[in-house]
Design a protein around this ligand. Sequence first.
Ligand code: 9MR
Length: 332
Amino acid sequence: MVALRWGLALVLLGFLAQAQPTPPLRALAEKRGLQIGAAVEPSLLLQEPEYGTVLAREFNLVVAENVMKWGALQTSRGQFNFAAADLLLDFAQKNRMAVRGHTLVWHQQLPRWMYGSFGPAEMEAILREHIQAVVGRYRGRIAYWDVVNEAIGDDARPRLTPFAVLPDYIERAFRLARAADPQAKLFYNDYGAEGLGPKSDAIYALLKGLKEKGVPIDGVGFQAHLDLSFSPTKARMAENLERFARLGLEIHITEMDVRLSGPGSRAERLEKQAQIYQEVLQICLRQPRCKAFTLWGVTDGHSWRAASEPLIFDTDYRPKPAYFALQRALQP
Ligand code: 9MR
């Protein structure tokens, strides 16, 4: 009778172990020397215990989805609110995770006061105050900063932003960030530049120019907000990453998600989604300078485009085919 009970218990344990997605992506990634990350909303750490559990188990890198943006941090000039960002930093430290800081200079999610009419000198002071306060506060604790985000428009031309009143704002932002934390690696980050094309050409030219001028830039982030029509091979993504690598830049995939919407059955679309995740990760793994692969969220339920189920866990934290595809790509 006792033996039977033990037998049943073992069968049950075996079943539970199988139901768990093992080994976690984090463990596999660490063996390959890769950082695998997710964008985080710190409020969810307080609301949903499973959120923190899954994050710490599957990822070794976090990035703030929103709480480190200008509009969240400096709501009025000189008034900083670091509470949510601090929570994320503490969580990362407790769970031995690296942190990407996102983002210092971006044309979106700016507080209203930033739309005042400032001259170049004033804008320089605003930029300096913000970067010194934010990068300085987390000096030594944030491994990578997205210093400038999305400065090139979809037309492949420099974007008009409140910062542009200062013609060399990009260069200045990098120099200020380096001074505020000499250890952090400094990134330019953008979307729609994963493959070869006019936008990635413009970014390439921009970063090449910065490098030649001696501006302290260490890396480039490819956001990879994709949909099922994206083909890494057709876009010649590996070739694109390689040219940035040859500039001496570190490469990160920074915000990957893949919208599920499109033609075909649901099962077919889930497979296609999985395949795109797997191919992009493989391209990163084959590129020696690609050191981090980050998803823009954890579950479909919390995604910024939740309706299109773009992530690797469903709303109930169940791993989707895309999860297992990443697991396969990470196998030794
Ligand atoms: O995921 C973010 C969403 O919650 C915000 O409402 C949005 C504001 O524009 O920003 C989203 O994150 C963006 C990121 O910061 C930069 N790259 C594009 C991301 C998706 O829009």
